[in-house]
Design a protein around this ligand. Structure first.
Ligand SMILES: [Zn+2]
Length: 303
């Protein structure tokens, strides 16, 4: 019998869980809304309720959990969450292990997405992958020979918060000039409203403006592409991945910027790296599959 794993994806609006086999096939799924009022007890109860219908098979080897950070991956603690400010220092691993009697692995959602992509994505054959999630902000994960590099307590590879404009636009992290202030949903909408006074609702609206030749939106995207290329350049020179894979909601508009972004990255890196670097769009697997990969990568001998 194939080994199975439960993956749990904690988002701002819901907790989604799935039961997966080692080929990444989902056998069962479950979803619970984030409760209101939200406190430690109601939150833990919701995570348990999402997991409960998936339990019972003796081939389940563990539970992987992914959530936005900051977290303490070693101790399995959700330190805080921008989307759920009433939660502080939640001992997720301990609570879910005692509830399920299964080993629990916890990491931030960008790292889970990176691991999922590195195991099941089109670049899974490459030695190392740098995976960037382009969405509300920019998340990053680096996987080398199937092993996730996650930094101290799981908070490494925060490429979204590397500086591209010294003393530039204020970022959600409190710093200035981070790349996600120039290339992400939050960044595009922020720069657009700064420039025009118009508040756009979402990334789709922004990219519609780009498609309809709105000069401001095009200028913001053009500068964003340069900013992201510079941030990726820095990351390539530090990590030297064999492939770069972009995932996340904004990759839906890859046709509007992907080619230029790839060109700008290639223009900036050491020529010797350019010859073998692969740049592509990922498959955007479910967050719950990425979380389940925390279990598979700890079993060893995975695909
Ligand atoms: Zn930042």
């Amino acid at each position: 019998m194939s080994e199975l794993a439960i993956g749990v994806d904690i988002g701002g609006g819901s907790v989604k869980a799935g039961l997966f086999d080692k080929e990444g096939k989902e056998k069962k799924e479950s979803k619970q809304p984030i409760p209101s009022p939200l406190n430690e007890d109601s939150f833990i109860d919701t995570v348990k309720a999402a997991i409960l219908p998936l339990l019972g098979d003796p081939n389940i080897k563990g539970i992987g959990i992914g959530s936005p950070g900051p977290i303490d991956a070693d101790k399995g603690i959700l330190i805080s969450s921008a989307n759920m400010p009433s939660l502080k220092n939640i001992p997720l691993k301990e609570k879910i292990e005692s509830f399920s009697s299964l080993p629990v692995y916890y990491n931030n959602d960008a790292n889970c997405a990176a691991l999922g992509e590195s195991i099941f994505g089109s670049q899974s054959h490459t030695d190392s992958q740098l995976i960037l999630t382009l969405g509300t902000g920019i998340g990053g994960g680096f996987v080398e020979r199937k092993k996730l590099f996650s930094g101290f307590q799981g908070n490494g590879v925060e490429i979204g918060h590397t500086t591209v404009v010294i003393d530039g636009a204020v970022c959600g992290c409190g710093g200035r000039g981070c790349v996600e202030s120039y290339f992400s949903t939050r960044g595009f909408l922020g720069r657009y409203s700064e420039k025009t006074g118009v508040s756009l609702k979402n990334a789709e609206e922004f990219f519609q403006k780009v498609s309809s030749n709105d000069a401001n939106a095009k200028e913001i995207l053009d500068f964003g592409i340069i900013c992201l290329a510079e941030a990726v350049r820095g990351a390539i020179h530090i990590l030297n991945p064999e492939s770069i894979v972009f995932v996340g909601g904004i990759t839906a508009s890859w046709n509007l910027y992907g080619e230029r972004l790839s060109k700008e990255i290639r223009k900036r890196i050491f020529p010797v790296l350019n010859e073998r670097l692969k740049i592509e769009v990922g498959k955007n697997f479910a967050g719950s599959l990425g979380a389940a990969c925390l279990v598979f990568s700890n079993l060893g001998g995975q695909k």
